[in-house]
Design a protein. Structure first.
Lengths: 315, 215, 265, 408, 298
């Protein structure tokens, strides 16, 4: 069944892929980072639909990034496909483990415990002077199945690579949202007792979601590490998580696509704020967020829904 | 005592109550009967100020709608929400005393004594915390709480739902006897069987419109 | 009491059940066995332990003492989701629904969960809006006559409709044993009998064993094959509807009927 | 007349404009850039820096905030180079920023001068092509502090350290403790404290130090933390028990004034501020800074000035005729350059000619009540080769191996 | 022995600091269910306000005690004004929205206020050490304690006692419990919910500002002090149980003592202490040490 959303998503994807060579390099690199981070946001959307917010998603982001960085550093292996996959798997394993703990928590306690876990990782990394402590260390440029681009070609390759992974993630997460387990998100947020009496383990569903969000976070971190070429413990700091939550609210939990649009918009707004008001960019960001919440309560994603409604209202 | 005229209540854009009019005389026990979704709860919540309403609602000579929600209880309005809403960490007794803390009424102990005398089963679990009571027990406490505040009028939303018939009957009689105290009662019911024989008068409500009907 | 109808084992057998909360004894010495396809009514004073009894059978509470067998399987202390998976489902005294979803979505999720492939992967790979689930959900919405509210968000439902939705969500999986906690309280009188007629006969056709807690003696008398009366945590009467309702203690403590024979007007 | 038409040379200046590092480092650095660039454009800098702008072409600065994650820093660097098409970037305070920007700068072939970040890793980990750092790296601070302490305290048996728990604090302590091991092998390191960055509350740390038998305590704290620590320790008299060595104290002394205890050993990451020699160019810089901002320049301002002077010289050295030199030409000219700025003589001696070294100086703090002014007395100077590793040897290794080849 | 004593006193002082910083946060969360990130701004504004006040009084040569009171009064006034503006002007518009969304509203406000600080006070840092210096110190064995720290402990104890008493034993406190449970019921029984909300938020804001004010003499008042405080306060409050005053007190004590012990005995783990303790407590008691009773749902 091809819905209009899917069609629109596919077209947007093709457009984003085709337009890149025409765009200035800095736009491409900005978009690459935005789309890498969007995966983390997508993970947060998965959780948020259940009413859970993680202020510690940076944990997986950082693990994904450090997994990639350490492999490159120690083995010199640079294949982007394998590295990113390993980053996702690494974060997924950690998520599966801490998920046993996290799945028992709700509301603000879920947020705080995940924050604590990510801060513990931060502490460990800060203490690890051999990895450069807070300065972090560099990641050499990746290769793609033997292809080793440089300069502009590298930027484009990373961009397309990120876009491709995003597309796969979007399709899978979309399918998950439509599945029984995925559709139990709102029910769990609304009334866990009823869900249990429907014969479903709430804990297990939440655990699954923690793992999905963790893998997505890890993939995002891995891509970010390759794009930035540097990792540091601040990737695990709570403000990093806070930034992701910020984008999630900006985007809204309404649709998968919103995560990508939201992330891109956020990166652009931030970059222009820094450009135009170097001393007051926080104020600009804060105001944008406030205005979004006040006037677009369901996030940027709801703009689409509004437009569609207006269209349907027309004869 | 209570006079409602041309009351309109909307939730969001949807009008729920349309031009509702009813009157409850002093010491009278009056019914508001209608099937599920007719708008009984909506009407009563609007009278309590939980929903914005337009039209007229007077308690004695007092313009009820002009009063902010929290000032209404102070004028002797006792309310029993249909979903009970006890404060879980208070004991039963504290829950019953609750309205008097806010309004700082006098004669609280005597009134509590009287309530316990008409509902001895509530007195029996007065020291237990409200969070552990059974559904019917909570209902009783909610009624007791309404009685505490309602020195002039009681607005009861399905007070007998979930009560065992023996108890429901007895409480119905207690309510009917409030006449002697000069307290008016408005009872919303979807199940007129519970109350019909106790009522002086009943209004019927259907799709938000109230009609007066002789019994 | 008449044990098994045609010689086979009881579907539910409860022995020596006891539940205490601190100093409060909510249930004690409860021994009941229910043959398959029987419809059992449970009546009792408020706080007598009816809900506690249902909660123990469905795994929401762990009994302090005693055993519960469902089709010869000991389910005492099992988590409620596993008990549900065995084929016991229930409705609640206070409706347990998903307030931010529409009535249809509430129902379709309940239907989809009940008929999913099971297991972790089953949950992830089965779409929720399968034609089967949709059909089942719509049929149940019709059965409970709440199609007027099909697209209403559940938080906006009147109390009575919430209860119907709640029961519908318990029924839509077509369990083998269905426990209903005060199904008709809050439902307006005009609808009550019609509705119970339709629902109960649907359940009968499907050979579902039903145990329902109820305060309305007419409903009990009409629909229950057998009636248990609870008082102060124990069963004080157990028999056919007539036998129990005519019991003088039951009349005094529960139904409040002074003259034997007739329910009140 | 030809070059009056020429498009200005664009320089990106990156520094902390917000956040905790803005006040002590970011803003002085930025201010330093502003007045120096203005002086360049007016052609008013002293010789040999007296050409208008860079080689006659005016300069235009774009200021960017360094705050935010490394991701943001790299993104903004790319924006400067690719979107704003700057000819050079001068900036960065955090070592993390520098480490992350360096490879990107090389990849984009963008001329970049780091001005304040301290880690020696930048040129030790990898040879860089387009990245330069005029300011000496942080090794000099620890080694200089140790040399000063050992020279002033003859009978030192035990010392402690309190440093922020992040790379800068850890590196600073490692260098200092390592140098002490070489210079005063009998003295032992007693309490080694690493409170959280921006902790604000140091009660327990001060108690620990009070109960230790150390005669000196080393700290590389800066601004907020340094001030908080200073106020809290002086309320409890820690400085009466032991000498405090503040390797970045110079940047905070104008603010702490009489709250900074007399006798504290003060460093300024080189011969900057009051530690700088009384040369004409120093007087000039001090003057224009005072005139504009009403407060003396602190070391970040000096570092920025030194970096811009170096860049100017390299640019002018590369410039042949009227044509703009290419980035490659400037980079080639920059390599190994030598010049004298307000903070003394710079030699781009390390990192294959990309990393500068200078002499350093430490002194003892004294608040002059008559003049109502902070002063640094008892200044000791250490030549560049005395406190910096020789070319080709990693700083850590140099210290660990006993600082061989130091020429003092 | 001395170490044990030092750990105890340091722990107490740190706990006092944490408690003073966290109490406003836990109050607002407890009543309004708002995880208030702006708390960091209240702290920062309180500190800046106090620094300004100290600047005024140091120039005016007032006696120290008066100066201290002036500082606290001015800071709390700042809190009062901010509290009213924020609650009436902004939060009112978002009540009823998703909890997380409200957190983000306060986060956005926090970001904006960070830059407002720059606009009002500039990027430089301020000192307000005079009250601490004036307080002097006492010597106990090898240890020198600042009297100002002892004053902080006293303030924390007084605040805790006041808050506990106000919530448990006053009429207003009990009414508050009702509002916490359900706004509509509270209003139906005569409680002015709007007023309770405004009052709670304003008091919380004033407590946040008070935290900044009493800490101002110890620290350098500079950009970013609010950020550090937020997470610290969140951690303490999560350990104690969200919204519980006694929880915040116990949480502060646990963290304070653990941190002091770590600094003295094992400085290398100091960085993990607060999050480690938080993770451990939450593992043992998922909802913190003091949990609000939940009604029976079935
Ligand atoms: N928040 C809301 N938004 C929109 N419609 C609502 C909302 N709440 C209630 N309604 C609608 O208002 C109507 C009246 O509901 P109300 O709860 O007053 O009925 P009731 O007479 O009390 O029914 P019951 O006997 O079942 O309690 C219903 O049709 C319901 O769907
Ligand atoms: N979680 C609990 N903690 C403490 N006491 C409880 C708890 N649950 C039930 N009880 C007590 O056990 C007794 C039985 O409660 P139960 O809910 O089973 O009564 P019920 O028969 O269903 O009454 P109703 O008709 O009012 O629903 C009551 O006295 C109740 O207060
Ligand atoms: Mg109703
Ligand atoms: Mg019950």
């Amino acid at each position: 069944m091809i819905t209009r959303e899917k069609l629109a998503g596919g077209l947007a994807f093709l457009f984003a892929a085709a337009a890149a060579p025409l765009a200035p390099e800095w736009v491409v690199s900005l978009a690459t980072i935005a789309f890498a981070n969007a995966l983390v946001v997508l993970g947060l959307v998965v959780l948020w639909r259940t009413g859970l917010v993680s202020f510690g998603q940076a944990l997986y982001y950082c693990i994904g990034a450090y997994t990639v960085a350490l492999i490159v550093r120690w083995s010199g292996f640079t294949d982007a496909f394998a590295l990113v996959a390993l980053g996702g798997v690494g974060a997924g394993i950690v998520a599966a483990l801490v998920g046993f703990l996290l799945a028992r928590y709700r509301e603000i306690f879920f947020a705080m415990l995940s924050l604590a876990l990510s801060m513990i990782l931060y502490g460990v990394l800060v203490k690890t002077e051999t990895l450069g402590s807070t300065d972090g260390f560099s990641v050499s440029t990746p290769s793609f199945l033997g292809y080793r681009p440089h300069g502009e070609a590298l930027g484009l390759s990373l961009y397309w690579f990120t876009l491709a992974i995003d597309a796969v993630a979007a399709v899978l997460v979309g399918a998950y949202f439509r599945s029984v387990a995925g559709s139990l998100a709102t029910p769990i947020r609304d009334n866990e007792i009823r869900v249990e009496f429907l014969g479903v383990s709430v804990t297990r569903i939440i655990h699954t979601k923690v793992v999905i969000a963790g893998v997505l976070g890890g993939l995002g971190g891995a891509l970010a590490a390759l794009t930035i070429g540097h990792v540091d413990p601040a990737m695990s700091y709570w403000t990093t998580s806070g930034g992701f939550v910020f984008v999630t609210i900006l985007a809204g939990a309404g649709s998968v696509a919103a995560a990508f649009v939201g992330s891109l918009v956020f990166e652009m707004v931030r970059s222009f704020a820094v450009d135009i008001m170097p001393g007051l960019w926080q104020m600009v960001l804060g105001s944008v967020l406030l205005l979004t919440i006040l006037f677009l309560p369901d996030g940027l994603g709801s703009l689409v829904a509004r437009l569609r409604k207006r269209e349907e209202a027309k004869p | 005592m209570l006079k409602v005229q041309g009351l309109n209540v909307s939730i969001g854009p949807i009008p729920i109550i349309r031009e509702a009019s009813l009157a409850v005389n002093e010491g009278e026990m009056c019914g508001l009967i209608g099937r599920n979704g007719a708008g009984k709860t909506t009407l009563i919540r609007a009278l309590m100020g939980a929903l914005p309403a337009s039209g007229k609602a007077e308690l004695g000579h007092l313009d009820l709608l002009a009063l902010p929600a929290h000032r209404r209880a102070g004028h002797g309005v006792g309310y029993m929400p249909e979903d009970r809403r006890l404060v879980p960490e208070f004991t039963v007794e504290e829950n019953i005393r609750l309205p008097t803390w806010a309004t700082q009424a006098d004669g609280v102990d005597a009134r509590l004594e009287w309530i316990f005398s008409i509902m001895p089963e509530v007195a029996r679990f007065a020291r237990r915390r409200a969070l552990e009571l059974s559904g019917g027990q909570q209902k009783m406490v909610a009624l007791a709480r309404a009685l505490m505040a309602g020195t002039r009028i009681l607005l009861l939303d399905e007070p007998f739902e979930g009560l065992a018939p023996a108890l429901a009957r007895r409480l119905g009689e207690v309510l009917a006897n409030l006449k002697s105290e000069g307290v008016s009662v408005l009872i919303a019911e979807s199940n007129e069987a519970h109350v019909l024989d106790l009522l002086a008068r009943a209004y019927f409500i259907e799709r938000g419109s109230v009609t007066d009907k002789k019994l | 009491m008449k044990e098994a109808v045609n010689g086979d084992k009881p579907i539910l057998a409860v022995r020596d059940l006891e539940k205490t909360f601190g100093s409060v004894v909510a249930a004690r010495d409860i021994t009941v066995s229910v043959p398959a396809e029987q419809t059992v009514g449970v009546i009792g004073a408020n706080g007598a332990g009816k809900t506690t009894f249902v909660n123990m059978i469905t795994g929401h509470l762990t009994p302090s003492k005693g055993t519960i067998l469902f089709e010869d399987k000991d389910i005492t202390g099992m988590p409620s989701r596993e008990i549900t998976q065995l084929g016991i489902s229930r409705s609640f005294q206070v409706a347990q629904i998903f307030p931010t979803l529409s009535v249809f979505d509430n129902m379709v999720i309940a239907a989809a969960v009940a008929r999913r492939a099971g297991g972790l992967l089953g949950n992830v790979t089965t779409p929720v809006h399968s034609p089967d689930a949709i059909a089942e959900a719509d049929a149940t919405i019709d059965l409970f006559q709440i199609d007027r509210y099909r697209n209403t968000t559940a938080s906006q439902l009147p109390q009575g409709v919430r209860k119907l939705l709640d029961i519908g969500m318990a029924v839509v999986g077509w369990p083998r044993l269905l426990l209903l906690d005060e199904p008709t309280s809050g439902i307006s009188i005009e609808e009550k009998f019609d509705l119970m007629n339709v629902v109960m006969s649907a359940l009968k056709t499907r050979k579902i064993t039903v145990l329902f807690v109820e305060h309305d003696m007419e409903i009990v008398a009409r629909f229950a094959d057998r009636v248990l009366a609870f008082y102060d945590g124990t069963v004080i009467a157990d028999g056919t509807a007539h036998e129990t309702l005519d019991n003088p203690r039951v009349q005094e403590l529960i139904s409040g009927v002074r003259k034997p024979g007739g329910a009140h007007a | 007349p030809a070059h009056a038409q020429q498009a200005p040379i664009k320089i990106g200046i990156v520094s902390f404009l917000t956040g905790p590092a803005a006040s002590p480092f970011g803003i002085p650095g930025r201010n330093g850039a502003e007045i120096v660039l203005e002086a360049f454009n007016a052609g008013k800098a002293p010789a040999p820096f007296d050409k208008v702008g860079f080689g006659g072409t005016k300069l235009e600065a774009k200021y960017v905030d360094e705050a935010g994650s490394v991701q943001n820093v790299v993104t903004e660097f790319r924006n400067l180079v690719q979107r704003d098409q700057v000819d050079a970037v001068v900036g960065y305070i955090s070592s993390g920023s520098c480490l992350a920007v360096a490879p990107v700068a090389d990849e984009l072939k963008a001329l970049t001068v780091f001005y304040d970040c301290g880690t020696p890793r930048i040129f030790e980990e990898k040879a860089r092509s387009y990245v330069f750092r005029v300011s000496p790296h942080a090794t000099m601070d620890g080694v200089g502090a140790a040399r000063y302490l050992v020279a002033k305290k003859k009978n030192l048996t035990s010392f402690s350290g309190i440093n922020q728990n992040y790379a800068w604090g850890q590196d600073s302590w490692r260098d200092f403790a390592g140098a002490m091991k070489v210079l005063a092998p009998k003295a032992t390191a007693d309490k080694v404290l690493f409170p959280k960055l921006f902790a604000g509350e140091y009660g327990a740390e001060i108690s620990t130090l009070l109960t230790s038998k150390s005669q000196a305590v080393h700290t590389s704290f800066w601004n907020g933390d340094l001030e908080s620590f200073t106020y809290q320790q002086s309320a409890r008299g820690l400085d009466k028990r032991m000498t405090i060595i503040m390797t970045t104290g110079e940047a905070g002394m104008w603010r702490m004034r009489d709250k900074l205890p007399d006798g504290t050993i003060i460093g300024g990451r080189g011969a900057n501020g009051p530690l700088a020699r009384d040369t004409d160019i120093n007087k000039w810089f001090h003057q224009i800074y005072m005139d504009r901002y009403n407060t003396p320049p602190t070391y970040p301002a000096y570092q920025m000035a030194q970096s811009l002077l170096g860049l100017k010289l390299a640019y002018e050295k590369a410039k042949k005729g009227d044509a703009k030199p290419t980035t490659d030409e400037i980079a080639a000219a920059f390599k190994g350059i030598e010049f004298t700025g307000p903070a003394g003589h710079v030699k781009m001696a390390l990192g294959n000619g990309h990393q500068g070294i200078t002499e350093t100086a430490y002194g003892t703090y004294k608040f002059n009540k008559q003049k109502n002014m902070p002063e640094i007395v008892d200044i000791m100077r250490f030549p560049a080769e005395c406190v910096n590793p020789p070319a080709g040897i990693d700083a850590d290794k140099w210290i660990a191996d006993g600082m061989k080849g130091a020429k003092c | 022995m001395l170490t044990a004593f030092a750990i105890l006193t340091d722990g107490l002082v740190y706990a006092a600091y944490l408690f003073i910083v966290a109490i406003g946060l836990t109050l607002i969360f407890g009543v309004m269910k708002i995880l208030n990130v702006t708390h960091g701004s209240f702290y920062a504004f309180g500190a800046y306000g106090a620094a300004t006040a100290v600047g005024i009084y140091a120039n005016a040569d007032w006696p120290a005690a008066l100066g201290f009171l002036f500082m606290i009064t001015l800071a709390m006034l700042v809190g009062l004004i901010m509290g009213i503006i924020l609650e009436r002007g902004l939060l009112r518009l978002v009540y009823g929205k998703d909890e997380v969304v409200i957190v983000l509203v306060t986060y956005a406000t926090f970001l904006i206020l960070e830059d407002v600080i720059v606009l009002i006070w500039g990027a430089q840092s301020y000192a307000a050490y005079q009250p601490m210096v004036a307080a002097g110190s006492i010597e106990i064995g090898d240890l020198v304690l600042s009297n100002y720290d002892i004053l902080l402990v006293a303030i924390a104890v007084v605040l805790a006692a006041l808050a506990y008493w106000a919530l448990k034993y006053t009429r207003q406190g009990r009414l508050l419990t009702t509002v916490i449970f359900d706004r509509e019921t509270a209003a139906a029984f005569g409680i002015n919910v709007t007023l309770v909300y405004t009052a709670t938020f304003v008091i919380g804001a004033m407590l946040g500002a008070l935290g900044g004010a009493v800490m101002a003499p110890k620290i350098s008042v500079t950009l970013g002090i609010g950020v550090e405080v937020i997470v610290l306060a969140f951690a303490v409050v999560a350990i104690g149980g969200m919204g519980s005053i006694e929880g915040a007190l116990i949480g502060a004590l646990i963290v304070g003592i653990c941190r002091a012990a770590a600094v003295h005995l094992a400085p290398q783990i100091e960085l993990f202490v607060i999050y480690g303790v938080m993770a451990l407590v939450l593992v043992a008691r998922p909802y913190g040490l003091f949990v609000r009773a939940q009604p029976r749902k079935i």
